[in-house]
Design a protein around this ligand. Structure first.
Ligand code: G
Ligand code: G
Ligand code: MN
Ligand code: NA
Length: 252
C-alpha cells in the first residue's frame, strides 16, 4: 500500500523517532523510569499513530529492523541517562506479538544490551496480554530466557484482554500496567473499581502495578489511595524527546 511505501521511506529517512514518557513512584513522586514510544511524523508534518503503522510494519516485515532499532536506541538512551547520573530503575520498551515470536528475538535483545553496555535489569519489555494468551510453547521459552538474563517484563494494557489467571500466576512477569481506559473510568461511570481490582490482583500475585494515562489529580489520588505503586500520564508529563529529559528532571 501507499502508506507502507511511505513507512519504509520514513524509516530510511529517519522520520521515525522515539519519545520518552516518565514513570514515577506514586507515594514519593520519584522518577523510576521511562517508557519509549515510537513516533512517525510524515514529510507533510502529519503524526501517524503507532497503532496504525505498527501493524503495517508487521505485515511488511519492516518490524524486524524497526523493532531492532527501537530496542537499541532505547538501551543507548537509558545507558546515557545512567551515565549522566540519574538514578532510574528501568526503560520500558514495547514489543509486539510478532516481534516477540521472531526466532532471533533473544539475540536482538542481548545484542542491544551488549552494544549499549546496559545491564539487563534496566530493560523492561512491555508485552500485551494477547502475546501471553497466544500460549505458544516458544513464548514461555523466550520469556524464561529473558528472565534468566535479568530483563524485566511488564504486561501492557492489562485488563483489556482475557488472560487466564492461573496462567498469569505462572508467568515470570514483574509488573502489570493498568490500561488507561480503567484510569479514565475513575472519575466517570464505573469509578475506580476495575483499577482497584487490578491493583489488588497484582499485589496478590506479588507483582508491581503501574497505572497509565493519569490525567488528573483525582486519578492520582484515587490510585495512591488504592496503593497502586507507580504511574505515568499527561498529569506527570507527556512523552518527550531525549534532549528534553534533563530540563524536565530538574524541574520535576
Ligand atoms: O504513544 P501512543 O499512544 O501513540 O502509542 C500507541 C500504541 O503504540 C501503544 O499501544 C504503544 O504500546 C504502541 N507503541 C508505541 N511505541 C511502540 C514501539 O516501539 N513498538 C511497538 N510494538 N508498539 C509501540
Ligand atoms: O499501550 P501503551 O501503554 O504502550 O501506550 C501508551 C500510550 O498512551 C502512548 O501513546 C502515550 O502517548 C499515551 N499516553 C500516555 N499518557 C497518556 C495520558 O495521560 N492520556 C492519554 N490519553 N494518553 C496517554
Ligand atoms: Mn506500553
Ligand atoms: Na497501554
Amino acid at each position: 500500500s501507499l502508506l507502507m511505501q511511505h513507512l519504509h521511506k520514513a524509516f530510511d529517512a529517519e522520520r521515525l523517532y522515539l519519545m520518552y514518557q516518565p514513570q514515577i513512584e506514586l507515594s514519593t513522586r520519584k522518577v523510576v523510569g521511562f517508557e519509549a514510544l515510537l513516533r512517525w511524523r510524515t514529510d507533510e508534518g502529519k503524526m501517524i499513530s503507532p497503532t496504525e503503522f505498527i501493524p503495517l510494519a508487521e505485515h511488511s516485515g519492516l518490524i524486524i529492523s524497526l523493532g531492532a532499532w527501537v530496542l537499541r536506541t532505547s538501551c543507548f538512551t537509558m545507558r546515557q541517562l545512567l551515565d549522566d547520573g540519574y538514578q532510574l530503575d528501568r526503560m520500558g520498551v514495547n514489543v509486539s506479538a510478532i516481534q516477540f515470536r521472531q526466532a532471533d528475538f533473544m539475540q536482538l535483545v542481548s545484542n542491544a544490551l551488549r552494544d549499549s553496555g546496559l545491564e539487563p535489569h534496566y530493560l523492561e519489555l512491555e508485552i500485551t496480554e494477547s502475546v501471553t494468551m497466544n500460549g505458544a510453547a516458544d513464548f514461555e521459552e523466550t520469556l524464561d530466557k529473558l528472565k534468566s538474563i535479568g530483563v524485566q517484563i511488564a504486561i501492557d494494557d492489562f485488563g483489556t484482554g482475557f488472560s487466564s489467571l492461573s496462567y498469569l500466576d505462572k508467568l515470570p512477569v514483574d509488573r502489570l500496567k493498568i490500561d488507561r481506559a480503567f484510569v479514565n473510568q475513575i472519575d466517570h461511570q464505573g469509578g475506580p473499581r476495575i483499577a482497584e481490582l487490578i491493583t489488588q490482583l497484582g499485589k496478590k500475585l506479588g507483582l508491581k502495578v503501574i497505572a497509565e494515562g493519569i490525567e488528573t489529580q483525582a486519578h492520582y489520588e484515587a490510585l495512591q489511595a488504592m496503593h497502586c505503586d507507580e504511574g505515568q500520564g499527561f498529569l506527570i508529563a507527556r512523552p518527550m524527546l531525549e534532549s528534553a529529559i534533563a530540563s524536565w528532571m530538574t524541574e520535576w
